[in-house]
Design a protein around this ligand. Structure first.
Ligand SMILES: [Zn+2]
Length: 490
């Protein structure tokens, strides 16, 4: 049993509470406390992120420890975020604190675990997440709530004042979390949006601002002062909305996504468009999309081909740029086949982020060409010839091959329409009257020395006269012809 059972505070972070309990009961860190509570994790570690988000329920552990009920404020916030349409970045990777608040309150606020809260709005300072003496991050497994690991005095405020935009952003987020109306100094574009929508919008802009400088936006990897700097730029953009966004878009014109100039530029806009489309159910993203559409209409009509836009609008599964795996699936082939089709110039890969992608319409057209023609087996069955005979007809050019097996192709593709045309010509060449006596069957005429190729040629040239059966099972079959007679033209 625990010696000390402090009660959780209403706006306290779960980990802060656990650290307090652990500290007051003489545990080395919360891993040991949770191990004692029956959490069976290796090396006394714990699923911190899942505990914060609520994906891992802390209630049974707390109850085992005989602790009073803890109501997480983070869990409902975390659960309100929806996959795909909202930003996936919500919680910090390592903890951060306002040392002054911590000293006054004796616990850590849950808000500090949310990425956009980078500063303390009360003390106007950036939250501390790194030990300036060692360069090490503050840890979840620290022994004392108000000290760095190995530190012997309380964490100090870094000193520097937080930029006013960071403070405004924190005030805005805190108001939303408290269910209040944000102040009138907040950007108009954020008005009426929920927390998840605001954060998605901020991260969307941050992503495309970072990309402009050929970087990427990975907020969980950033120190709080770095993240504050990123958010500061975003906040300024939001305050000058929508002109600032137009200016961001126009900067892409000078920095195409690849050395391909216009093509690289188109890629930028398509990429933006696709993300805007995918996340459009988020009202924050929808506001960006509205301005994006206005900008394109005004300055770049034609940058997005209308056909392509309709395609994107179908669903994200109908995107035109597809992976190799998807291309192979459409063609019903193995992955290696795709490389060979590229070698043959039958499909063109698009290199994007260093990886080859393919165009759905091109792959589908090829798949359609293959499926609307015949394989060897299908042709044999339809024409009612043996594989050997079919091969002879193909070799002689009496029937056209769309694809021949070689080092790049494994299978034959037989021209179906060409075959049907040939049969139709042979039918129209057939005699209209009754067959004369002594006429031969097809097998009979072949016994006279006509190979299948010679037979077809002779039927076309009129050297052979023949009849066609009135009733046939398969209109493409050669077996519908009978009553052969050699036409002695001499
Ligand atoms: Zn503070």
């Amino acid at each position: 049993m625990l010696l000390a059972k402090p009660a959780p505070r209403s706006d306290e972070c779960l980990v802060s509470y656990l650290i307090r309990v652990s500290e007051q009961n003489g545990f080395k860190h919360i891993g040991h406390l949770l191990h004692y509570a029956g959490l069976n994790w290796k090396n006394n570690r714990a699923p911190i992120h899942q505990l914060l988000s609520g994906e891992c329920d802390a209630a049974p552990l707390l109850s085992t420890l005989g602790l009073s009920e803890y109501q997480s404020k983070i869990t409902p916030v975390y659960r309100s975020f929806q996959r795909v349409i909202d930003t996936p970045y919500i919680l910090v990777k390592s903890p951060r604190v306002c040392p002054e608040c911590l000293e006054e309150l004796g616990y850590c606020k849950y808000q500090w675990a949310l990425l956009p809260v980078v500063a303390c709005s009360r003390h106007k300072s950036i939250l501390v997440d790194q030990n300036p003496a060692t360069g090490k991050n503050l840890g979840w497994y620290r022994q004392y709530l108000n000290r760095f690991d190995g530190g012997d005095c309380p964490i100090k405020t870094a000193g520097a004042h937080a930029p006013s935009s960071s403070i405004q952003q924190c005030l805005h987020i805190e108001a939303l979390l408290a269910g209040k109306q944000p102040g009138c100094s907040s950007p108009v574009v954020l008005m009426g949006l929920e927390f998840r929508e605001v954060l998605s919008l901020i991260h969307f802009i941050a992503h495309y601002q970072a990309r402009l400088l050929a970087g990427s936006f990975n907020p969980v990897a950033l120190q709080s002062y770095e993240l504050a700097h990123v958010y500061e730029n975003v906040w300024q953009t939001l305050q000058a909305w929508p002109d600032s966004f137009y200016s961001l878009l126009s900067q892409y014109v000078d920095r195409p996504m690849s050395s391909k100039g216009q093509a690289g530029l188109n890629k930028h806009f398509r990429d933006l468009y696709e993300r805007l489309h995918r996340q459009q159910e988020n009202r924050g993203i929808a506001r960006i999309k509205a301005e994006f559409d206005r900008y394109i209409e005004e300055y770049w009509p034609g940058v997005l081909e209308p056909e392509r836009i309709t395609r994107i609008q179908l669903a994200s599964t109908a995107r035109n740029i597809i992976s190799k795996k998807e291309a192979a699936r459409i063609l019903g082939s193995r992955l290696e086949r795709i490389d060979k089709l590229v070698q043959q110039g039958r499909i063109t890969p698009i290199v994007f982020k260093g990886k080859a992608h393919y165009q759905r319409d091109q792959v589908e057209a090829l798949a359609n060409e293959i499926s609307s023609n015949w394989t060897m087996a299908e042709a044999c069955e339809a024409l009612e010839v043996t594989r050997y005979q079919l091969k002879q007809l193909l070799d002689a050019g009496a029937i056209r091959a769309i694809q021949k097996p070689d080092s790049l192709n494994r299978d034959w593709v037989v021209d179906k329409l060409g075959c049907l045309d040939l049969i139709s010509v042979l039918r129209s060449n057939a005699r209209k009257s009754e067959p004369p006596s002594g006429a031969l069957s097809m097998a009979g005429v072949q016994r006279q020395g006509y190979s299948i190729v010679q037979l077809v040629m002779a039927m076309q040239s009129g050297e052979l006269q023949y009849s066609v059966a009135a009733d046939v099972d398969s209109t493409a079959s050669l077996s519908q012809f009978f009553g052969f007679k050699i036409n002695n033209m001499a």
